[in-house]
Ligand binder design. Structure first.
Ligand code: ADP
Ligand code: MG
Length: 351
C-alpha cells in the first residue's frame, strides 16, 4: 500500500481534526484577488467583480469506485481530484478560482499520507491558478472519500453551454482520446499479476504517457486560453469524462441537433493504438467509450474554420447536422454510417 511506504507514520488522532486542518492550512497561500477569506473562519468569502457570473461544480471521488490506492499514489490522486473538477469549469469557457475540499478518512491513513494528498492538490492549485479556501474533514469507517467543489468566473457573454450547437457547426476535440482508459487497463493488469505473485515487479515500460493520462490528467486550461486569444467562442462545449460517444450525444441532445463524426479523424496516440490492439480492444471503441480523457469537445461556427485550424492540438472530427439525420459515425474505408451509442467506460469494462 502506498500510504505505508514511508517509514515515518504520524497518527491523525495525535493531531485531532482541528490540528489536521491547521496543519493543512499552513501550506495554503491565497493568490486570487477574488479570494477574500480562506480557511479558518466559518465560511470562505469570495468577491467576483465587474458583474462576472459565478460558475460552480462539485465532484465526489470514492475509494474503490473512482480510485484504487494499490496503484494510485496519493499525490497523483490529489492532483487528479482537482484537475477533473477544474475541467468542468473550463468546459463552461470559464476560469476556476477557488476550491473547497472535503475529505473523509479512516485511521488507515497517516498524517504523512494526507500531506501527500494535499501536496498533489496544491500542485494542481498552482497549475490551474485556484485557491484552496476551505472544506470539511470527517472520519470514515471504510475507505477514503474526497469531495471537491470548484468555483470560477466568466463574463456572462463568454459562458458556453452544452445547448448552443447548430447544424453546420464544426465538431472539435482537443488532444487525443482513449489513452487514459488504456493506462487503466495496464494498471489493472499489473495489479492482477502482483496479487497473484507479489515477487513479480510491475512492468510499466514504454507506457509512461498512458499511465500519466490515467493517473495525472491535465485539465485543458491552455485550450480555453487559445480559443480566447484566437477570438473564438465555441457554440457548445463539454469535457470528455465518460468517453467521446457519451459526450457527443450530450451535445446533440442538449442542442437538439444531429452529428456526423468521422472515424478516420479521431485522434489517438500511437502507443495507445498499439496497446489497444495488444489488449484485443478496438482503438475506436477505446476513444468512443474509454473515458477519463478530460479533453474538451466543442462546436464552432464554420466561419471560424481557418482560426481553429491554426490552434495546436485541436482536431476537427466532424460536424453537426439536422436532428433528423441522427448522430452517426462515418466508418473508415466503407464510408458507412453507424449510429453513435453511449456505452460509457463502465459497459466497456464488463468482459
Ligand atoms: P465547522 O465546524 O464550522 O464546519 P471546521 O472546523 O470544519 O468548521 O472548519 C474550519 C475551517 O477549516 C473552515 O474554514 C473550513 O473551510 C476549513 N477546513 C476544514 N476541513 C478542511 C479540509 N479538509 N481542507 C481544507 N480546509 C478545511
Ligand atoms: Mg466542518
Amino acid at each position: 500500500m502506498i500510504e505505508d511506504k514511508s517509514p515515518a507514520r504520524t497518527e491523525i488522532s495525535s493531531l485531532g481534526e482541528f490540528g489536521l486542518i491547521k496543519h493543512i492550512s499552513q501550506h495554503v497561500l491565497l493568490k486570487n484577488e477574488s479570494s477574500v477569506c480562506g480557511i479558518g473562519d466559518d465560511a470562505a468569502v469570495i468577491e467576483y467583480k465587474n458583474g462576472k457570473q459565478v460558475v460552480v461544480s462539485t465532484d465526489m471521488l470514492i475509494e474503490g469506485v473512482h480510485f484504487d490506492l494499490t496503484y494510485c499514489p496519493l499525490k497523483h490522486l490529489g492532483y487528479k481530484a482537482v484537475s477533473v473538477n477544474v475541467s468542468d469549469i473550463y468546459a463552461m469557457n470559464a476560469f476556476p478560482k477557488q476550491i473547497l475540499v472535503s475529505v473523509a478518512l479512516s485511521n488507515r491513513f497517516s498524517l504523512e499520507a494526507i500531506e501527500e494528498l494535499y501536496a498533489g492538490m496544491l500542485l494542481a492549485c498552482d497549475r490551474f491558478d485556484v485557491d484552496l479556501v476551505g472544506g470539511d474533514t470527517s472520519s470514515s469507517r471504510t475507505g477514503m472519500v474526497i469531495n471537491i467543489t470548484v468555483m470560477g468566473e466568466a463574463d456572462k457573454n463568454e459562458i458556453v453551454y452544452r445547448s448552443g450547437a447548430k447544424p453546420g457547426n464544426l465538431l472539435c476535440v482537443s488532444g487525443d482520446l482513449g489513452a487514459a482508459y488504456l493506462g487503466l487497463q495496464i494498471l489493472e493488469r499489473e495489479k492482477k499479476i502482483f496479487l497473484e505473485n507479489p515477487n513479480i515487479q510491475p512492468d510499466m515500460e514504454g507506457n509512461d504517457y498512458l499511465l500519466e493520462r490515467q493517473l495525472k490528467p491535465e485539465a485543458r486550461k491552455d485550450i480555453i486560453k487559445h480559443l480566447q486569444e484566437a477570438g473564438i467562442k465555441p457554440t457548445s462545449m463539454i469535457d470528455v469524462s465518460d468517453g467521446l460517444a457519451s459526450e457527443v450525444l450530450h451535445l446533440c441532445t442538449e442542442s437538439n441537433v444531429g452529428c456526423r463524426v468521422y472515424e478516420n479523424k479521431l485522434p489517438i496516440d500511437m502507443v495507445a493504438e498499439q496497446r489497444a490492439k495488444e489488449f484485443s480492444l478496438n482503438p475506436t471503441m477505446c476513444m468512443l467509450s474509454g473515458g477519463e480523457d478530460y479533453e474538451l469537445l466543442f462546436t464552432v461556427d464554420i466561419k471560424d474554420h481557418d482560426k481553429i485550424k491554426k490552434i495546436k492540438d485541436v482536431t476537427i472530427i466532424g460536424h453537426m447536422t439536422e436532428k433528423a439525420e441522427g448522430s452517426n459515425l462515418v466508418l473508415t474505408g466503407t464510408e458507412m454510417l453507424t449510429p453513435i451509442t453511449a456505452q460509457g467506460w463502465d459497459a466497456l469494462r464488463k468482459k
